[in-house]
Design a protein around this ligand. Structure first.
Ligand code: HEC
Length: 152
């Protein structure tokens, strides 16, 4: 029993160098210029099915944004965090949701988020939003970035 667990530890330790030298495959090397739109980031969201703009969902997202995000974000100018106008054109939907749901891990392991932290000097913190809330906020961003300027 004891011997077995020791050898398991050995096996696990043997795996560490392998994972350590396996750089994140689809992560761009350095800057946010590198393939930003395809990166999914790091977190619970692997894909997001986008349909036609859902204005009710966007309205819920707008309310959440005012409550939980506007202390640090504006759309047209940098505030504590980046200006968010056009964010849906420079990041993938999954990346945006992972940033909302998992900001602290994102700024540690996602190259784009890491670079944002390096330029904004403040760590974005998790705002206690559900996946559903994050999806609604994404819808608000999509509406904001829509050619109509978001208002119907
Ligand atoms: C404490 C201030 C703060 C709060 C609150 C905050 N953020 Fe952030 N946000 C930041 C900072 C700073 C960054 C840049 C990354 C970093 O430094 O952590 C960022 C980055 C982002 C990005 C990436 C922007 C880009 O250009 O790629 C998105 C999207 C985002 N935040 C959305 C949100 C949403 C949605 C909320 C509310 C649920 C929120 N943030 C709440 C400070 C904040």
């Amino acid at each position: 029993m004891k011997a077995k667990s020791v050898s398991m530890v050995g096996a696990l330790l043997a795996l560490i160098p392998l994972t350590a030298c396996n750089p994140q495959k689809d992560s761009p090397q350095s800057t946010s210029e590198a393939a930003p739109v395809t990166s999914r980031g790091v977190g619970p969201i692997t894909s997001v099915a986008l349909g036609a703009l859902d204005s009710q969902k966007a309205a819920r997202g707008e309310k959440l944004f005012q409550e939980k995000c506007s202390a640090c974000h504006k759309f047209e100018e940098k505030y504590v965090g980046p200006a968010l106008a056009g964010v849906t054109t420079r990041r993938s939907p999954a990346w945006i949701m992972n940033m909302i749901l998992n900001p602290e891990e994102m700024t540690k392991s996602d190259p784009i988020a890491k670079e944002l932290l390096a330029t904004h000097f403040t760590q974005m913190t998790f705002q206690n939003v559900s996946q559903d809330d994050a999806r609604a906020i994404l819808e608000f961003f999509r509406q904001h970035d829509a050619p109509s300027g978001g208002k119907e």
